[in-house]
Design a protein around this ligand. Structure first.
Ligand code: NAD
Ligand code: IPM
Ligand code: MN
Length: 363
């Protein structure tokens, strides 16, 4: 199979983990006889430094000419004082909007061998396997008006939470589709006791449910959901929610896996061009030190192999390699216990590659 993969490393550890994903994908290409053509584009702070804007046109063009996009992470203290319209994060929001990436799918699965690394009891982690389906191109992140006016104590700032029914319906449908192939339960998370947008969200969820009689639908207020996620996480199958709620709940959920560095995601469009990105950010506190956990990025690449290219066996091989390496006690600093050896980002990638190669030798 011949595929073009646009790689947007971005900033901070984004660059380090992207290098790792590329190496892993190269092994897969060689082992399974595929030809992956990697192209590379600027986004975020590095794009601001080199091109003056967080999402240059040429980067968008590069993505549109690719079969799938991989993104590392954007942002960092260097660009914190940029004008709001020219912050690194704006590049990320813009690419999501431009490519129509409305559905961000964030699977949360607790690896048994990492149970010790999570602050939760084993009994809480048993059977944790859910997916957060986060709306990604609407809601509070994109609503207008958004901005500041006035001055002194009378200065005001506004952000707007707005959704069209159509936007809500398509993300809820995506969640029901996903639940149909899983444990058939959708938890729609909102704040319908306060927000009008949530009341419309809830009504729409009920409408969509009629098309999926075999899937159970429950509604949950977001504050309760934040609590249930750590009290009884195994109760969830598919969670569907508004952009900002989904952002917050997914970082919270990552603690169940032991580290934010373990959570991959896919950002899906309706036209077949999808983007894959770890849930974590550019981690300025460890950037440039070869310390980052590359597994969220590697697992995002596996999601790409499966979802964009239909390469189930290859995706499973990458996931099995991750499992194998973790089972063997290999850990980057975010996951290592005090008495355990700490691997660098590059060493972790070398372990994954070795495991893939060994696996292939057995076949
Ligand atoms: P962050 O996710 O970058 O880091 C939070 C904490 O988790 C840090 O202590 C960090 O060291 C740790 N961490 C994150 N990923 C890790 C990994 N792979 N391995 C080991 N440890 C890891 O969040 P933040 O510090 O709040 O944000 C830093 C910058 O990243 C900000 O500019 C923010 O806007 C940006 N950000 C970008 C994305 C993205 O591009 N998708 C996502 C989140 C945050
Ligand atoms: C994420 C990030 C982004 C978001 C930021 C960097 C704009 O936190 O992908 O989770 O809030 O969507
Ligand atoms: Mn986030």
């Amino acid at each position: 199979m011949k595929k073009t993969i646009a790689m947007l490393p971005g900033d901070g550890i984004g660059r380090e983990v992207m290098n790792g994903a590329r190496e892993v994908l190269s092994v897969i290409a060689e082992q399974y006889g595929h030809e992956f053509n990697f192209t590379s584009g600027l986004i975020g702070g590095s794009a601001i430094d080199e091109r003056g804007v967080p999402l240059p046109d040429e980067t968008l063009e590069l993505c549109r000419n690719a079969d799938a996009v991989l993104l590392g992470a954007v942002g960092g203290p260097k660009w914190e004082n940029q004008a709001p319209a020219n912050r690194p994060e704006r590049g990320l929001l813009a690419i999501r909007k431009e490519l129509g990436l409305y559905a961000n799918v964030r699977p949360v699965k607790a690896f048994e061998c990492l149970e010790e690394r999570s602050p939760f009891k084993k009994s809480v982690l048993q059977g944790v396997d859910f997916v957060i389906v986060r709306e990604l191109t609407g809601g509070l992140y994109f609503g207008k008006p958004s901005g500041r006016s006035g001055s002194g104590e009378k200065e005001s700032a506004v952000d707007t939470l707005v959704y069209t029914k159509e936007e809500v319906r398509r993300i809820i449908k995506a969640a029901f589709e996903m639940a149909s192939g899983r444990r058939k339960k959708v938890t729609s998370v909102d704040k319908a006791n306060v927000l009008e947008s949530s009341r419309m969200w809830r009504e729409t969820a009920e409408e969509v449910k009629k098309e999926y009689p075999e899937v159970e639908l429950e509604h949950m207020l977001v504050d309760n959901a934040a609590m249930q996620l750590i009290q009884n996480p195994a109760r969830f199958d598919v969670i569907v929610t508004e952009n900002l709620f989904g952002d917050i709940l997914s970082d919270e959920a990552s603690v169940l896996t032991g580290s934010l560095g373990m959570l991959p995601s896919s950002s899906l469009s309706l036209n077949g061009l999808h983007l894959y990105e770890p849930v974590h950010g550019s981690a300025p506190d460890i950037a440039g030190e070869n310390k980052a956990n590359p597994l969220a990025m590697v697992l995002s690449a596996a999601m790409m192999l499966r979802t964009s290219f239909g390469l189930e066996e290859e995706a499973s091989a990458v996931e099995s390699a991750v499992q194998h390496v973790l089972n063997a006690g290999k850990r980057t600093g975010d996951l290592a216990a005090a008495d355990e050896q700490v691997l660098t980002t590059e060493e972790m990638i070398a372990e994954i590659k070795e495991s893939l190669e060994e696996d292939n030798a057995i076949i």
